[in-house]
Structure formats: structure tokens, C-alpha cells
Design a protein around this ligand. Structure first.
Ligand SMILES: [Fe+2]
Length: 375
């Protein structure tokens, strides 16, 4: 729930991640939210928390990655980015050791994601603004791998000879994961005044910002890095109907792995806290991706995304159009837009499956005004 609605003395339901490389949370699950803690969270850029109370007991938002893998990934990305800073000074590509370490992490993430068959997972970890690029890289990798897994397990992929295959999906997933972990590494070459500017970029600043995909490829120019990894870094800002950068490619000219990266990147950017924009809830991110179907994004990939990412994941607090409000308990696999909502009132606690109640809407969903929510 939004932090400003969390009552004083509420029990934190999940750790509040700090986004720091060492993986230490800002606050642990089970902490009582005093006004002092709430102030500290606001200052750290946290605007929503999981609360454990009567209404939410037993609802357990499933993270896509285990805490261990998330911390290991954040630490490895942090080390690789430090290495990349040195590379920028010396003009050498990113070291083989850094690439190998990240590749190991990408393989571990792909394996872990391969073992969950869950959907409607808690993607956003509500983490703080600190270390945005690090946390963003890990979250984008997790979401992109989730999409890639569903896509390739369902219909395989077209190999370099133009043949459809189900072989070596693991290797392809690892490359996708590595590309996603490194997709924004070129941002290290962008001056921090531009990167961290709170307002809109002017045209000259925007031109500098747009150099980051190629700067990233430059850092990865070693032959040890697969071309599939490089294409994710290079082309994650290309758009299906054109208008993206750096090459202005369209449709199938854009490598499929980069098309996956585009969806994962935009969804995570919208739903994460950034210096120039507050984090938007999951349903706004979902709507923006769906609105871009066949326009900004490849329709097939948006369809896979829509089967995996629920607009209102378990644990979300929502209001219904009939005046009731509650917490999402579960999301049916075949109807991600119609969750089961746990409603509590004086002396009552019950579950309302929205799939059986088409007359009840969710406030801010059917009537969402996208013009106010621009990414
Ligand atoms: Fe980027």
C-alpha cells in the first residue's frame, strides 16, 4: 500500500530493499512502522510498502528471484559497472573476468526463472531510488528472462540458419540475461548531470543520452561477448514501428532479443522510482505496454507479457467501483485482469473473485487516463 496510507505501528510484511550492492535491506519484514521510519523511507524514495495485517495474512507475493540470487546479481552488476568505469578511462573493453562473472549470474537467473511456473509475480520490489541503474538492470533481466522463457518454450526460436528450433534454449536465455544485465552499461559514459537531471532533457542533452547503447557495445567489443548479447545492448531502444535509436530499425530488423528487452525495460522504468519520475503502480506499466502493442512493441511479445504480468498482483491494495476496497489475494492464470480480492469490513472478511462479478470494476483501471500517466 502507499506509504502515506500505512497506519502508524503497522507491521512490515516484506523487507524494504535498499538497492545497495551489498543487498542489505533498509528495513526488515516484521519491523513496526513508526512515524520516524516512515519519514526515513520517504526520504529514501520509498513510496509503497507491504503491510502484514488481518486483511493480508497468508497472501504471499512471490518474488521472481530469490533474495540470494537478487543480491548476488546486484553485487555482480555493481562490480561489472565499476570495472566499466575503469574501462572508460583506459579505453579497454570490459574485462573477461567481469563478463564471465555476469554470465554465471545470468545463467543462474535463467535457471531459477525456469523453475517457477508462477505468473502474476511480484516484479517490483518497491526498492528505493538509490542505485536505480543496478536494481533496474536486475529487474529488467528477470522480466526479460521470464518473457523469453515463455516465448521459447512455447514456440522455439528461429536460429541463424532460419530454422525453427527448440535446441539450446538455455544458451540463448543466458545470452539474453547477460545482455539485459548489461543493457544500460553505456550510461556510465553519460555525464551524471544529464543522467540524474530531475527535469526534462533539452535536445542537446537528449542527443548525449541517446549515445548510451553504442557506448555500451563499445565497452563489450571483446570477442568473448556473444553477438546476441551485444544486440540486446545496442537495440533495446529501437521501436517496432520505427522512431527508436540508435539505428532507427523497424519490425523484424530489430533482433527478437532486443524486442524482448524493449518491453522489459519500459515496464520496469515506469514501475520504478527514478530521479525525474515517481514509481507508477504495476497496472500503469501493464497498460503502457499493452497500448504499445504493434506500435512501439512487437505484438507477439506484448501478448506473452500480458500472460505473465498481472496489472494487480497479489498484495496490491485496490478500490472497487462499488465502493468496496481490499487486497489482491490471488490472480487466476486465465484472467489476469480479474483478481480475487480479499475484502474486510467491520466484523467480516471474505474473498470476492472479480472474474465472477463482471459488474464490479477496479478504480483507476477501466477508467485510466493515460494522458496523465505518460512514461
Ligand atoms: Fe537504455
Amino acid at each position: 500500500m502507499p506509504l502515506n496510507r500505512a497506519p502508524d505501528g503497522a507491521l512490515l510484511g516484506k523487507d524494504v530493499a535498499s538497492g545497495r550492492a551489498d543487498g542489505m535491506p533498509l528495513l526488515r519484514a516484521g519491523t513496526l512502522l513508526t512515524p520516524r521510519f516512515k519519514d526515513a523511507l520517504v526520504r529514501a524514495g520509498v513510496h509503497a510498502v507491504y503491510v502484514d495485517d488481518e486483511e493480508t495474512r497468508g497472501i504471499d507475493p512471490q518474488p521472481v528471484l530469490s533474495d540470494e540470487t537478487r543480491s548476488a546479481a546486484t553485487a555482480a552488476v555493481s562490480r561489472a559497472f565499476d570495472g566499466a568505469k575503469d574501462s572508460l578511462k583506459t579505453g579497454r573493453p570490459l574485462s573477461a573476468e567481469a563478463v564471465e562473472e555476469l554470465q554465471g549470474i545470468a545463467a543462474r537467473m535463467a535457471e531459477e526463472i525456469g523453475q517457477t511456473d508462477d505468473f502474476a509475480l511480484a516484479l517490483a520490489d518497491l526498492s528505493a531510488a538509490d542505485g536505480y541503474t543496478l536494481q533496474h538492470s536486475v529487474d529488467v533481466a528477470a522480466l526479460g528472462l521470464l518473457i523469453g522463457q515463455r516465448l521459447y518454450n512455447t514456440r522455439g526460436y528461429i536460429d541463424y540458419r532460419g530454422r525453427r528450433t527448440y535446441e539450446r534454449i538455455d544458451a540463448r536465455m543466458t545470452r539474453l540475461g547477460l545482455g539485459l544485465l548489461l543493457h544500460d552499461v553505456g550510461k556510465l559514459a553519460v555525464p551524471s548531470e544529464i543522467l540524474n537531471k530531475p527535469g526534462k532533457l533539452d535536445p542537446a542533452e537528449w542527443e548525449v543520452m541517446k549515445t548510451h547503447p553504442l557506448a555500451g557495445v563499445e565497452l563489450l567489443r571483446s570477442d568473448l561477448v556473444s553477438p546476441l548479447v551485444k544486440v540486446v545492448v545496442r537495440s533495446h531502444h529501437e521501436r517496432w514501428q520505427g522512431g527508436g535509436y540508435p539505428d532507427g530499425k523497424v519490425e523484424e530488423e530489430i533482433h527478437e532479443l532486443a524486442r524482448i528487452a524493449a518491453v522489459a525495460d519500459v515496464y520496469d522504468a515506469v514501475t520504478s522510482e527514478r530521479v525525474y519520475a515517481a514509481a507508477r503502480p504495476a497496472h500503469v506499466g501493464v497498460r503502457i505496454i499493452r497500448e504499445g502493442r504493434g506500435d512501439a512493441f512487437d505484438a507477439e511479445i506484448v501478448d506473452v507479457f500480458s500472460q505473465l504480468v498481472a496489472p494487480f498482483p497479489p498484495g496490491d491494495s485496490i478500490e472497487l467501483t462499488d465502493g468496496r476496497s481490499g487486497v489482491v489475494a490471488r490472480v487466476p492464470e486465465d484472467n489476469l485482469d480479474r483478481p480475487v480480492v480479499r475484502i474486510s469490513g467491520p466484523g467480516q472478511l471474505y474473498e470476492l473473485p472479480l472474474a465472477d462479478h463482471p459488474e464490479v470494476g477496479i478504480v483507476g483501471w477501466e477508467d485510466m487516463d493515460l494522458s496523465l500517466q505518460a512514461a
